[in-house]
Design a protein around this ligand. Structure first.
Ligand code: MRU
Length: 303
């Protein structure tokens, strides 16, 4: 896999030779983004099968690598139930990219020509195994001539926006500028933002959405300024077992990622209440509130 910790300075591949090495790559963010974590875990499990590892231990190690993205547990269940785990892992990878392309078409249609969008973290091909969710939608909108500009939150503390999203947008030739996370409100107030598009790590049955820390603040700001706030994510990110955002486990990462100089706290995700989400866009289409009714219908379409 491409080692995302080294981007954008170096494009270096990381070779994982056991499920434990894949779990370590997930834990340390060499691979990150909810769908990509699921795909990596699926390949990790297939690797464990091929090497004759203890499969229960391998699955447990992979499942424990990161807690918030539901795609990890979902993808593991899929490969564990398969007769051919390697084949199922490849299929999952292909299907996630296909889902991205479909949801991107649905989401791009929501944007008016000339849109200046704001996005947070990285939701592109790097985060999904190919194409992207919110960033995929921006890519499709750009191809259709609907997108003027992307404001890229740098995404403190690990800079997935400044390092990864900016790198992907540059490669795609999409006009963009990196901003500090705290600048979003002022840009909205100045009338320089038309909408916000983000991805998700877990969407509860009622539409509450966990995503990279800072997403909730953006949703509050968008509501205050009357701007649409769209969540773009595959159905593999919807967790019907989790009834509301309160039950979502939020990953706490090492305080040193924030600062080593002072005591620090480092929650990696936050939860945006469904009432602040204008629409959730999946491969099945555009879903509106009440999400407890529209999301189950989504799952029926794709199963
Ligand atoms: O900590 P990360 O980089 O894995 O966080 C990723 C995000 O928050 C993404 O927005 C989310 O996983 C969706 S990726 C399509």
């Amino acid at each position: 896999m491409l080692d995302q910790r080294r981007l954008p300075d170096e494009e270096v591949e990381l070779e994982c030779r056991s499920a434990a090495e894949v779990a370590e790559a997930i834990r340390t963010l060499a691979v990150r983004g909810a769908p990509a974590i699921g795909i990596a875990a699926a390949y990790g499990y297939a690797l464990a099968v091929a090497r004759g590892e203890d499969l229960e231990a391998a699955a447990a190690t992979l499942a424990a690598a990161r807690p918030t993205a539901v795609n990890l547990a979902w993808a593991l269940r899929e490969v564990q139930a398969a007769d051919d785990p390697a084949g199922r892992a490849r299929e999952l990878h292909r299907q996630e990219v296909e889902r991205c392309r479909k949801m991107s078409v649905h989401a791009a249609a929501l944007l008016d020509p000339g849109t200046r969008a704001l996005t947070h973290c990285n939701t592109g091909g790097l985060a999904t195994g190919g194409y992207g969710t919110a960033l995929g939608a921006l890519r499709a909108a750009h191809e259709q001539g609907r997108l003027d500009h992307v404001w890229v939150d740098e995404t403190r503390p690990l800079l997935q926006g400044a390092r990864l999203t900016a790198w992907e947008l540059h490669a795609l030739g999409i006009p963009h500028a990196v901003i500090v996370d705290a600048a979003a409100g002022a840009l909205m107030a100045a009338g320089e933002v038309d909408c916000v598009l983000v991805g998700a790590d877990r969407i509860a049955a009622n539409g509450d959405t966990a995503n990279k820390v800072g997403t909730y603040s953006l949703a509050v700001l968008a509501a205050h300024h009357g701007l649409p706030f769209y969540v773009v994510a595959p159905t593999s990110t919807i967790d019907r077992e989790t009834l509301s955002g309160e039950a979502i486990v939020i990953e706490e990462r090492a305080p040193e990622e924030v600062t080593a100089r002072s005591p620090a706290r480092n929650p990696a995700f936050d939860v945006t209440p469904a009432e602040l989400v204008t629409a959730i866009v999946t491969e099945a289409g555009v879903h509106r509130a009440p999400y407890s009714e529209s999301l189950p219908r989504t799952m029926e379409v794709v199963r």
